[in-house]
Design a protein. Structure first.
Length: 284
């Protein structure tokens, strides 16, 4: 799928297995995952354990299912929730192949930042494999939209993404942030899960965000928070979600993306559009 002059990049997996336990970001329930090296061309996949049964769920958009404020995968009655931060960390770590054994239905949320997973991956090291990495270079522009929300994608040699955040008539501020393969990645990794203060009653009613409430970024009408660690933190986190959800294409995507009030549902819709293009380019 590569059609430019960039040198060959080889696939990568983790060097050592390791275990992570903690509370699920939304359920708040204690959960444990085991991260293991995976063979070449296996991709990232979850092995979900429920009692004495287990099932493999590939990290592909065809297994994505509706979920509130997160991305979940399901197959044959098995489900794993809130996978986007781990997948974004895999993108940042250039990781291609990984087995994640999940005891429960949600992976640990850590501190609600992508950096939680990225630091663990780096700490345990990587192994370069012999197969070349597969990538898709967007051949045409694409759009996913829903009312006042849009996600655009355009052909580009390198990955770039911008995000515009406001809440139409509910707030009086706007944030716009951009990243590339070389810029803004540290800020994106450190950006926290966030919510607006008027969303809190609904979040409480839905009983989500249980595992990260003390660490989430809460924004008011002006987009202000005394606890914000960086300018544009909320928009950076939206880009982290986008990167994690695009990993569900199954290969690295090179192109330029612009999100306008978009979220997980449009991210997944865009991943589906690109996933279909991948099939066409493979001749399927």
């Amino acid at each position: 799928m590569e059609n430019d002059n960039r040198s060959t990049v080889y696939q990568k997996t983790i060097a050592h297995s390791f275990r992570v336990s903690g509370r699920g970001l939304h359920s708040g329930l204690q959960t444990t995952v085991y991260l293991n090296p995976a063979e070449e061309n296996k991709g990232i996949f979850f092995r979900v354990v429920q009692g004495k049964k287990q099932l493999l769920i590939p990290a592909l958009v065809e297994y994505a299912c509706p979920s509130s404020r997160s991305t979940s995968l399901s197959r044959c009655g098995f489900r794993v929730s809130t996978v986007e931060h781990l997948l974004a960390a895999c993108w940042l770590a250039d990781l291609d192949n990984l087995e994640v054994i999940v005891e429960g239905e949600e992976i640990p949320g850590g501190n609600g930042r992508v950096s939680f997973w990225l630091e663990l991956l780096i700490e345990n090291g990587f192994t370069i494999q012999s197969a070349p990495r597969e990538e898709i270079l967007l051949p045409e522009w694409l759009v996913a939209k829903n009312r006042e929300s849009f996600l655009f994608a355009f052909p580009a040699i390198e990955f770039r993404a911008w995000y515009f955040l406001d809440v139409i008539d509910r707030s009086h501020f706007a944030q716009i942030i951009g990243i590339s393969e070389k810029d803004g990645l540290e800020e994106m990794a450190k950006a926290r899960t966030f919510a607006f203060d008027w969303e809190i009653p609904q979040i409480l009613q839905e009983n989500i965000g249980q595992g990260v409430r003390d660490q989430a970024l809460i924004l008011g009408n002006l987009g202000e928070s005394a606890f914000s660690q960086m300018s544009g933190e909320a928009a950076y986190h939206k880009l982290a979600d986008l990167v994690g959800d695009l990993m569900l294409v199954g290969v690295r995507v090179r192109g330029a993306f612009f999100g306008w009030r978009s979220g997980h549902s449009l991210n997944r819709e865009m991943a589906r559009l690109i996933y279909r293009l991948r099939g066409i380019e493979d001749g399927n």
